[in-house]
Write a protein that binds this ligand. Sequence first.
Ligand code: ACM
Length: 547
Amino acid sequence: MTELIPAPRSVVAGSGEVRLTARSGLHAARGTEGVGQWLRTVLWQATGLPLREARELDDTDGDGIGLRLDPRLGPEEYRLVSDPGGVLVEGGSAAGVFRGAQTLRQLLGPDAFRRAPLRRDRVWAVPHVTVEDAPRFRWRGLMLDVARHFMPKEGVLRYLDLMAAHKLNVLHFHLTDDQGWRVEIRRHPKLTEVGSWRARTKIGHRASPLWDDKPHGGHYTQDDIREIVAYAAERHISVVPEIDVPGHSQAAIAAYPELGNTDVVDTASLTVWDTWGINPNVLAPTDDTLRFYEEVLEEVLELFPADAGPFSPFVHIGGDECVKDQWRASDTAQKQISNLGLADEEALQGWFIGHFHTWLAARGRRLIGWDEILQGGLAPGAAVSSWRGYAGGVTAARAGHDVVMCPEQQVYLDHRQAAGPEEPVPIGYVRTLEDVYRFEPVPAELTPEEAARVLGTQANVWTEVMEDQGRVDYQTFPRLAALAEVAWSALPAPEERDFAGFERRMTTHYRRLDALGVGYRPPTGPLPWQTRPGVLGRPIDGPPPNL
Ligand code: ACM
């Protein structure tokens, strides 16, 4: 069988196969040329077959590949037919054809995911089959935290390929935090000169006594960002940048001390943070701070153009975990509260976020933030990433806001994926592959109209305890494959999902991940070099809250 992940809507198997040979052609009809380029390149690398350019569909002689648009299909819907006439992939848009091309690659077998042929004499065949498929959710995402530990550009491009192989379409790019600022801003160069590196780093949970005394850092130049956005667009992935305000900002304050609450702390003595947790050093809620971040966002909007993908108009402004102690103690903040006629510090945060909502909307962009942005009152049109359980998402959907469901109790992939002492740096809840497979993004209490506000779901990869690509791979895979199926496939209610069937398909999928060079967690547990003996985590036992 075909063992596709994520599972398509419908698969009808035939009895023969289409053999790709050195004579096979590939015809990409109008509007699918980019997909054709991509498919020819990856298949040429894996198979060594040139897939010459065929001028027409029937010019492929029954052993070729055709790509074309079918306007009757939805934007990401596709139909793949492999029969004696060859392989034809049709989609409602180039994105749909691209999703179908991913299915075609899976049908060719795990070695189709390699970058060079293992042998020249092997037979490459697509079984006769008809696949009809469309996604359940429009937003199928992965959040990568490149602030806590920097992921070099090559690693980000690799993750875009891994996302594409799983039919995911939104990279939520967490570019700034207390521990690092990762995007070059020309007007404010110290954000990266000072803010992109730290002298040392806590190893493990913040209560761990261990330090890595090797400086850690790195950032993306503006051209790196342009390359990442273009590479994503070729794979029909939207990149949503996150510039976190007014909390999670110590790296920016270390670079420009005037951004902090200077009447409360000596912000000039702050450095890029070297440990983990919720940080009290937040931005000063002043007009000058707003101007500074407008200047940052002007460059961000240019780097992440609105027309690069369906979710490219979105800019994520964070809004989470902004501790209000400094605002309570600051005369400047208190004067701002009274000047603006606001009730309290929560309302001040609402004013801060609301300012950027209006500012972004005036530039044709949409604000998205973590669910705390609901607390100060949220303007229509803003969207919410629901992370503290489902509650924020439910409130937001009922108030008419679009929602991305990513509750920490279910889809935070930094959380350990098995009980037991051998899991590396175990933090959070035990969230197994099966738990993620049974995650339901739409809470039952929503009406159909409210449920339609749930744009989709994403997994969040926070990297405090993931210092390199191997650790990110281990935490992310195989659970991202389960999340991809939750986001794409029309699965039944959680308890009715066929996890055993998913696991059976995973046996093939692990071979695809092997071919892609992914350092996933094996079903039997970590390999010796995937463990981190002696590094303190923080397991949470018992039932998670907010369920
Ligand atoms: C978050 O996990 N602070 C969004």
